[in-house]
Design a protein around this ligand. Structure first.
Ligand code: SF4
Length: 290
């Protein structure tokens, strides 16, 4: 049974329903639905959704993740960039998050299509801030350059867990050190783009391992950090070993801020994209006042 601090979620609203209808009618995907995100109604009611591009089939097999898996990904919709740009305009979104499944089956791992989506959104909506949450692209620098050249405002890549548990939770092609390099290389390619990562707790990590992971992310010059509770999507996914109390998340947030992250979101329901626009805006405002 879930502890009481994880049992209460806000009810969905009319806006949630209308956004869902638009997404479905255009054949677009959101990570909110595919990954069974617990914040879906709250984010959508506030007009924020995280789009998942390059289809709804992932070529990786991470054992915590609810996204559907397949050795071969889905056919790419060439009109996806235009559809996304249109939705952003229609909803008047000033902040959007785009993520994708891993596409190990494509020669450029989907990075060109990813970049096309960012460029088109920026072209049609020049004032919209775009955050991308990218796969590791197996560390390929050309893929990272493709993404950077489309000028997103934030590049996120999640290490997901501590180094010891990476082979247990993530696909065998993922690697903790490789993910850190993806983040440091993204910053090295364009230092003006903010970088972001996320860790989920409750799968058996030790306190000192979480500290090491946070230090490693700072060493990779990561700007923003999200720390949340792992929730098991189904009986087929890895187990929850521990439910972390809200007070512990608050302590970790303090520690992370002292380590130098520009903004930290930490809490039982925090996910890497949770209220991303709000966090980004706050962080920029506080940085400009510092
Ligand atoms: S790479 Fe792993 S975490 Fe990301 S969508 Fe695929 S299975 Fe899920």
């Amino acid at each position: 049974m879930l502890p009481e601090w994880l049992s209460i979620r806000p009810a969905s609203t009319e806006k949630y329903g209308s956004i869902k209808n638009t997404i479905t009618s255009l054949g677009l995907h959101t990570v909110c639905i595919e990954a069974h995100c617990p914040n879906m109604s709250e984010c959508w009611s506030g007009g924020t959704a995280t789009f998942m591009i390059l289809g709804d089939l992932c070529t990786r097999g991470c054992t915590f993740c609810a996204v559907r898996k397949s050795a071969k990904g889905a056919l790419i919709d060439p009109s996806e960039p235009e559809k996304l740009a249109k939705v952003v305009k229609e909803w008047g979104l000033d902040y959007i998050v785009i993520t994708s499944v891993a596409r190990d089956d494509l020669s450029d791992q989907g990075s060109s299509h990813f970049a096309d989506c960012v460029s088109e959104i920026k072209k049609v909506n020049p004032n919209t801030l775009v955050e991308v949450l990218i796969p590791d692209f197996r560390g390929d620098l050309d893929c990272l350059k493709n993404i950077s050249k489309s000028h997103p405002d934030v590049i996120g890549h999640n290490i997901e867990t501590v180094e010891r548990l990476t082979p247990y939770a993530r696909d065998r092609r993922a690697d903790y050190r490789q993910s850190l390099r993806v983040l440091s290389n993204s910053k090295a390619i364009d230092e003006k783009i903010y970088t972001k990562s996320a860790i989920m707790l409750g799968i058996g990590e030790k306190e000192e391992e979480v500290m090491t992971a946070m230090n490693d992310l700072r060493d990779a010059d990561v700007d923003f950090l999200a720390i949340g509770q792992y929730l098991r999507p189904s009986q087929h996914h890895i187990e929850v070993k521990e439910y972390i109390r809200p007070e512990r998340f608050a302590q970790l947030k303090d520690v992370a801020l002292r380590l130098g992250f520009k903004y930290v979101a930490a809490g039982p329901f925090v996910r890497s994209s949770y209220k991303a626009g709000e966090y980004f805006t706050k962080s920029i405002i506080s940085a400009s006042k510092a």
